[in-house]
Design a protein around this ligand. Structure first.
Ligand SMILES: [Zn+2]
Ligand SMILES: [Zn+2]
Length: 415
């Protein structure tokens, strides 16, 4: 017996309708905002992620599925969606197509993490990328899309936003932050001590209690924004108000990478406790340049589908069931079975879902099975019916009986 690898999960036939429901919502909302899907490979050259995700991040240093292929190339299963989209944008010269380029993806992604509820080694993401526009209404539109997606799943999550400024304002902020942290550096965790020189802003993100204590009164970047960044942030907020989307400013939300700029945001649910972020995103105007393309502004987000599904289940959200077959055919002998098969072919051609017995069950067992299937009708074709050219149809909801000629079957069930 070979078991499933640690940190992965099967989606069984009885549960896949839940996934399809969430994915359909993602596609439907994307269409409302005029986004089109982009599909990129499951694996890429490792270098793409060290440059596109960031060499110092946990994802790149500890969590990637990296291997040499038979041609000795270093290959990595994608740990997130953005880098591949950015690579495709540059490689296919999409920057010379009309802007903005509005895209979404639904992908599996891979991280070697300690598996826990809602966090697997193979997980799935719905992500959005909008390239080519610097305007604050673009940020607001991406946030509105995220908001509509979450709302369409009947989930409640609070929106927190922040601005992390541009290179200019961040330099001033980093200096102020380092001055504040320096006297307490010894009390902080080894990761934060390493971040102090490379990327001090990420210290604000640390979950270690001692570090949180130290950073509690730290300067906040919104106080250090340059005039342009401040105006951008205020405008994003104005657009969120126009959209009627409530939000709070959380100065602790940071995206530690150099290519992140200005707007960052998170949707946080209080229902899953410590790992409450269900969707996160922001603006990353420096990414395309970082991976070798022409300077191109970008804004987007990603949401983990496992976590959303977990949250929906916990909050008792409704997943519409897949429709049951309309008709179940119960036949008793070979001739009747052939007739049932023939009518099923005609019904399917007419777009009417149906099922026939494939197991040679007894008639009683077939009725039981029809009940289990929740078929709307059961059609019985026995010897008498076959010679009369009719079938005996039972409406399963009110138990009414109908005699339906074979040649009127499509008409009868199409109602
Ligand atoms: Zn700035
Ligand atoms: Zn720390």
């Amino acid at each position: 017996m070979i078991n499933i690898p640690k940190g992965t999960k099967d989606v069984l036939p009885a549960d896949s309708y839940k996934w399809q429901y969430v994915e359909a919502k993602a596609r439907e909302i994307s269409r409302l905002y005029n986004l089109r899907e982009i599909r990129t490979p499951v694996f890429e050259h490792t270098e793409l992620f060290s440059r596109g995700v960031g060499e110092t991040t946990d994802v790149v240093t500890k969590e990637m599925y990296t291997f040499l292929d038979k041609g000795d190339r270093s290959i990595t299963l994608k740990p997130e969606g953005t880098a591949g989209v950015a690579r495709s944008f540059v490689e296919n010269g999409l920057y010379s197509t009309p802007m903005p380029l509005k895209m979404y993806y639904i992908i599996p992604a891979f991280r070697y993490e300690r598996p826990q509820a809602g966090r697997l080694r193979e997980f799935h993401q719905f992500g959005v990328e909008v390239y080519g526009s610097t305007t604050p209404d673009t940020d607001a539109e991406v946030i509105a899309l995220a908001h509509d997606f979450i709302a369409s799943l009947d989930l409640k999550a609070k929106l927190y936003i922040n601005s992390i400024g541009c290179k200019t304002c961040r330099k001033k902020f980093n200096d102020a932050l380092k001055d504040y942290l320096r006297p307490n550096l010894e009390r902080m965790c080894p990761d934060c001590r390493a971040r102090f020189d490379k990327n001090p802003m990420r210290i604000l993100d640390c979950k270690v209690p001692e570090c949180k204590e130290v950073t509690a009164g730290a300067p906040v970047i919104v106080d250090y924004l340059c005039d342009d960044c401040r105006a951008h942030f205020e405008s994003v907020q104005k657009y969120l108000k126009i959209a009627g989307i409530p939000y709070k400013i959380n100065p602790k939300i940071v995206r530690g990478l150099d290519y992140y700029t200005r707007t960052v945001f998170e949707f946080v649910s209080e229902e899953i406790g410590a790992q409450g972020t269900v969707l996160g995103g922001g603006r990353y105007d420096g990414l395309i340049e970082e991976i070798g393309g022409p300077s191109t502004p970008a804004v987007g987000f990603a949401a983990g589908l496992e976590r959303l599904l977990l949250l929906m289940e916990k909050s008792g959200a409704e997943f519409p069931q897949e429709p049951a077959p309309v008709v179940y055919f119960a036949g008793m002998d070979a001739a009747c079975r052939e007739k049932a098969f023939e009518i099923a072919v005609a019904l399917r051609k007419a777009g009417i879902p149906c099922e026939i017995d494939h197991m040679n069950r007894s008639l009683k067992a077939q009725f039981k099975y029809a009940d289990k299937l929740q078929a709307a009708f059961t059609a019985v074709i026995g010897g008498n019916e076959l010679s009369a050219g009719v079938m005996n149809v039972k409406n399963m909801s009110d138990s009414s009986q109908h005699t339906v000629p074979f040649d009127r079957a499509v008409e009868f069930f199409a109602r």
